[in-house]
Design a protein around this ligand. Structure first.
Ligand code: NAP
Length: 275
């Protein structure tokens, strides 16, 4: 999707994938800097490690404690930091500026792909791993009315709930299933990735008829058992492809300073993921 986006913007840049052993992340980042990269993305587990390796952290990276996007910046003749793209021959002094585009992508996907208004919403969130924690903290910051957190390992849901209580003392956050209806069921567990995986909630404690909409962060397979069951009872549904798309769109905009060609990128992503 990034290469399709770059081509549509008329840039002769390339987006390449490199497998980097976490032990060598620091050296890899310094190598990218030495080679005048404009920017890069990082995935698990590098997102967390990079927090201590960049020279400056954007508010987005500070808020979520993870860096999934780095923009290289050079110092101009007045001493100001400007994007690497502004230096034709590469800047003399370069810094790594860390951003997080994942969290905004979650709420953008919920708004645009599900038509969900987060303010005042009641949400049941399944999963308290990296993605679940970020989603919980992000939706909490958007003025939701009530948040229910469920995780296989309950103590992890409790830890996330306590973090939310500290950051948003007014918000009602409970660990466990809701008794009544919710506007959204959000799956942030990895249950559903494998063929034959069951739905990621306890059917004795929750019914999909309680949910207005269901978002599954999983995008491959395109339709998990959860999404299939949710559609069958009339819930609005969306899979996680939008999340992947929107984090990439935001990253491309940080590197290029231009509006990303959203539909071109969406089509390229769908082609690559679904064939
Ligand atoms: P993670 O840190 O490894 O967390 C995995 C979560 O799934 C934990 O809450 C874990 O519970 C739960 N889980 C795993 N196996 C389970 C099982 N058999 N039964 C019940 N719960 C189970 O992974 P992550 O990075 O947060 O990713 C979570 C999901 O989001 C994955 O499916 C990933 O593909 C998806 N994701 C999508 C995007 C996107 O762009 N669409 C981005 C990031 C992640 P425990 O705590 O009990 O182990």
């Amino acid at each position: 999707m990034q290469n399709a986006g770059l081509a549509a913007l008329g840039l002769n840049w390339r987006y390449l994938a490199f497998e980097v052993d976490p032990e060598h992340l620091g050296k890899a980042l310094q190598g990218a800097k030495a080679m005048n990269f404009v920017g890069l993305n990082l995935t698990v587990p590098h997102k967390l490690l990079a927090v201590d390796m960049v020279d400056a952290l954007d508010e987005s990276a500070k808020a979520w404690g993870a860096v999934n996007t780095i923009a290289f910046e050079g110092r101009d003749e007045h001493g100001a930091w400007r994007p690497a793209r502004d230096f034709a021959d590469g800047p003399r002094e370069t810094r790594l500026h860390g951003f997080n585009t994942d969290a905004d992508a979650i709420t953008r996907a919920l708004r645009e792909d599900l038509g969900l208004e987060l303010s005042g919403a009641k949400i049941l969130l399944l999963g308290a791993g990296g993605a679940g924690r970020t989603a919980a903290l992000k939706v909490a910051s958007e003025g939701v009315a009530e948040l229910f957190l469920v995780n296989r390992t309950r103590s992890k849901a409790e830890t996330v709930a306590n973090e939310i209580r500290l950051r948003h003392p007014g918000l009602k956050v409970t660990t466990g299933y809701p008794a009544g209806p919710v506007d959204l069921l959000l799956n942030a567990t990895s249950l559903g990735l494998k063929p034959g995986d069951p739905v990621p909630f306890d059917g004795q404690q929750f019914s999909l008829r309680q949910a207005g909409a269901v978002y599954d962060m999983i995008y491959r397979p395109a339709e998990t058992a959860l999404l299939k069951a949710a559609k069958a009872v009339g819930c609005r549904t969306a899979n996680g492809l939008g999340m992947l798309l929107y984090q990439g769109v935001k990253a491309l905009e940080l590197w290029t300073g231009q509006t990303a060609p959203l539909e071109v990128m969406r089509q390229a992503l769908e082609r690559n993921v679904y064939g």
